[in-house]
Design a protein around this ligand. Sequence first.
Ligand code: ATP
Ligand code: MG
Length: 580
Amino acid sequence: MRFSEFLLATLKEIPQDAELISHQLMYRAGMIRKLGAGLYTWMPMGLRVLRKVEHIVREEMNKIGAIELLMPAVQPAELWQETNRWEKFGPQLLKIKDRNDRDYCFGPTHEEIITDLMRRELNSYKQLPTVVYQIQTKFRDEIRPRFGVMRAREFLMKDAYSFDIDTAKLEITYAKFYQAYCAIFKRLGLKYRAVLADTGAIGGNASHEFHVLADSGEDAIAYCEQSDYAANVELATRLEPPIPAQINALLNLASAPAKKLTATPGITSVPEQAKHMGLMPHQILKTLLVKGQTEKHPVVALLLRGDHELNEIKAQKHPLVASPFEWVSPEAVSHIAKCLPGYIGPIGLVGDIPLIGDPDVFALANFSCGANQSDYHYINVHWERDLPLPEKFDLRKVIEGDLSPDGKGTLRLCRGIEVGHIFQLGETYSEAMGLKVLDERGKQLVLQMGSYGIGVSRIVAASIEQHHDEKGIIWPDALAPFQVILLPMNYHKSHRIREAIDMLYQKLLNLGIDTVLDDRKERPGVMFNDAELIGIPHRLVLGERSLDAGNIEYQHRTESTTQHISLETIGDFLISKIKL
Ligand code: ATP
Ligand code: MG
């Protein structure tokens, strides 16, 4: 490609709505242009990268025996009604009508369509497993489209669907996808983690999200550096630290000071309380009143260490805690406990309110807690002497340094961008839509399905989040819109330079090297800046002096020094440098 013939659209200014660096750089490098909220045109420069992502995804899908097909974007409502998702999917589903007033949607995903197809095409166990995929445009009417193509409304997804005779076979297929996804993200040059995900809403057995690690990510992830364990912070668990069985036995409670009521006027938060009492937040027990799930216990008290945060998703898994999770309002708290919120405590809490304690509170001794009396807290409190131990249940968000649940190390927290999601759906769709085949004995069996998504367009942005500097994008070779850029000095004035660079350009193309020649009538400064902004990994500069010496100047985008390479051997040199 010659830049003089290309729709190069680099810019200096940053669009106002571009918060993320990837959004800014994609815009400035001329990769995308905005049409409307969450709607983007892929400019030629951007499309070249998008196609490279597609290529890698397609190759790895083909390797595990997935077969490519292509389904319509517009889908009839009837199929979505069969699974109740016409209503359940919510406002993200873009509903449309045709000229005959028939209902359709623009597909946000294709489970219904593929299940409908397969109930017509599959009839015998001999056809299994069947695994198909497509790379296709989706539409989701996102409440807050933002960050450019990262959270768009129209975006490109690879979605795959698998059909197996039983759950054991589904697990084998799932494992193949898991491996294929690891291979894809490795080839894409991304730092990523496979993260245990919640299967709650859709049901099913197992689910992993693949996250690209980036500070700008919307999801919080806990992971273990010493092992493969990683989970969404909402789900992450920890190994309980060993607590001496009888902590009180180790203390001489007989001579320990008795629990004491202490005035704490106007002090209702843990940090204020700690400061006022000269304690550390971890010496404080906090008591949170939440709605209960049962009629017998409409209110439940959750006990946590003062420095820990409640994880509502974990809490709602306790049978006595309302699901979905709901706080008791401050007015109701005052009414129930006869004191202001902030002074609630487990000692003398009126009414039949069950106490559920996070494992860490069991290790507390000589702690402080609310006294159920406005403006007062207790100090010098001990379990079993002053109050019974509560029921133990994992309630809190994990923090850095917690023990990994696999016992192999400690947890760290980071942020991630979800670029892929694999899911063992089981019978959710096949049951609802009657997808069955005959087994060996001629019996009808409902098929076990899996679904496997990759955000193809999101990956382009996620990659930039991980690969950029103050000058622009730094593409890995596998994704670069062009692998090599040729920058001739004085192309339009020097006949010799023009001849030499045109020849080299042709030679590199013949070697199969993805090369662009900047033959524009621009100042060198502009050419250098554009090459860096666009992020082309390998740069070659040809000036009169190098040419006299039979050399060309090579520089990698990540390096600050240049090398002089003979024009004779530059092709081989590049081939050895380019890592695909
Ligand atoms: P998110 O939690 O980010 O909204 P999701 O869980 O709804 O994503 P899935 O239904 O799992 O997404 O879709 C598969 C993949 O499609 C996601 O892993 C993500 O990479 C991509 N994706 C989903 N929504 C968008 C979007 N609005 N813009 C770009 N890519 C998206
Ligand atoms: Mg998902």
